[in-house]
Design a protein around this ligand. Structure first.
Ligand SMILES: Nc1ncnc2c1ncn2[C@@H]1O[C@H](COP(=O)(O)OP(=O)(O)OP(=O)(O)O)[C@@H](O)[C@H]1O
Ligand SMILES: [Mg+2]
Length: 372
């Protein structure tokens, strides 16, 4: 039992999709999905528009039928069950509250349908309202609330039923930046307190990085990577993931290796590499160091322009014919000429296959400089 909220008892359940497929007529949206969302975890689903994120959520909730495979929640196969029998609650971007009902009645509605007495409804709604900071607004209609308060009513309506699974489909995208930030913190706190298995769709990578125990990156209905935020950021499994997470995104440059040295198109050596061939090199803007020591091994680039963002600056430079972004401390000395000397620890370099875009592990030969 939760010590703070004695009447909210969530028994988190894991969600397993076994070979789930989804087509609309001749169009396949999900070719075949095998994934497990672990009990009590907060999973963020990220991916470009149209990749199947909402479809995935609706299939779990039971609002869309699956074309093939199985969905298991806890120990029950649910693909043939009605939405209300699945133990899921869903919060949408357009949270569609009943405009003629008070906040209390909006939150209590599902409890009324479930046959709870007036007294029981009062207790449950009071607890949820207190938790979400809505206790003083229970008699208002949705039209008398701010966007953020309305979103909290929608969340309250979802959690009051004590679902084992909470599904959010871009719930914060209608809110302004400040409110988004505040609601994000509230959601993290809420998850910590109630612990329901949560699947959360967003386009916002800050939300993904800060809220998720695990991030699922989808591309055309298939998994690109499913891992912790840290692994997604530092060990992207593909160029797709590397470019999708990070702001500014990872720099990608064409590169060649003769089996011992990796060289840029203009011949400048970058690292030792025992593979031979043409690849794509990835390096994050914050992992490129501007060298002021005049090290002879530094890589030369030409600054094109500079963006001062207050907390830091971003240099845009031509590196062997590719425009790269480099994050530097705000107000750092601009070079007298436009020539920049750069270095990057080998451990921060990523090598990708040019054709498949997949990351290539263990390609670099360690140097004494990196072992220090
Ligand atoms: N009812 C439907 N009938 C036919 N096609 C559909 C239907 N619903 C979704 N689709 C198609 O399925 C694909 C996936 O849609 P989905 O809504 O899951 O994408 P999404 O990842 O949620 O995108 P967004 O980020 O824009 O919300 C899209 O190509 C969409 O056009
Ligand atoms: Mg969607």
């Amino acid at each position: 039992m939760n010590a703070i909220d004695p009447a909210i008892h969530i028994a988190a359940a894991n969600i397993r999709l076994d070979g789930v497929t989804k087509s609309y007529g001749a169009m396949t949206v999900i070719p075949k999905l095998d994934v497990e969302f672990r009990a009590g975890e907060f999973t963020v689903v990220l991916g470009p528009s149209g990749c199947g994120k909402s479809t995935l959520m609706q299939m779990i909730a039971g609002l869309e039928r699956i074309s093939g495979g199985k969905i298991v929640i806890g120990d029950r196969e649910v693909q043939d069950l009605e939405p209300r029998e699945r133990g899921c609650a869903m919060v949408f971007q357009n949270y569609a509250l009943y405009p003629h009902m008070t906040v209390f009645d909006n939150i209590a509605y599902s409890l009324k349908i479930a046959g709870l007495s007036k007294a029981e409804r009062r207790v449950r709604v009071d607890i949820v309202a207190k938790m979400l900071g809505l206790a003083d607004h229970l008699d208002r209609k949705p039209g008398q609330l701010s966007g953020g308060q309305r979103q909290r009513v929608a969340i309250g309506r979802a959690i009051v039923r004590e679902p084992a699974v909470l599904l959010f489909d871009e719930p914060l995208s209608n809110l302004d930046a400040q409110l988004r930030h505040d609601t994000r913190i509230e959601l993290a706190e809420l998850h910590r307190r109630i612990g329901a298995t949560t699947v959360f769709v967003t386009h916002d990578q800050v939300e993904a990085m800060t809220l998720a125990d695990r991030i699922l990156i989808l591309n055309k209905g298939e998994i690109e990577q499913y891992d912790t935020p840290k692994a997604i950021y530092h060990k992207p499994a593909s160029m797709f993931v590397a470019k999708f997470i990070g702001s500014p995104p990872m720099n990608i440059l064409p590169i060649k290796s003769d089996g011992s040295v990796l060289r840029l198109s203009d011949g400048q050596p970058v690292a030792k590499c025992h593979l031979k061939g043409e690849f794509q090199l990835g390096v994050r803007p914050e992992d490129i160091l501007v060298d002021t020591t005049g090290d002879a091994s530094a890589i030369k680039a030409h600054v094109r322009y500079r963006e001062d963002l207050g907390s830091h600056s971003i240099l845009v430079a031509d590196l062997s014919g590719t425009m790269v972004r480099i994050t530097t401390p705000f107000g750092s000395q601009a070079p007298e000429s436009n020539v920049l000397l750069l270095s990057c620890p080998q451990t921060k370099l990523h090598l990708f296959d040019t054709v498949t875009g997949k990351a290539i592990a263990g390609a670099f030969t360690a140097t004494t400089k990196d072992q220090k």
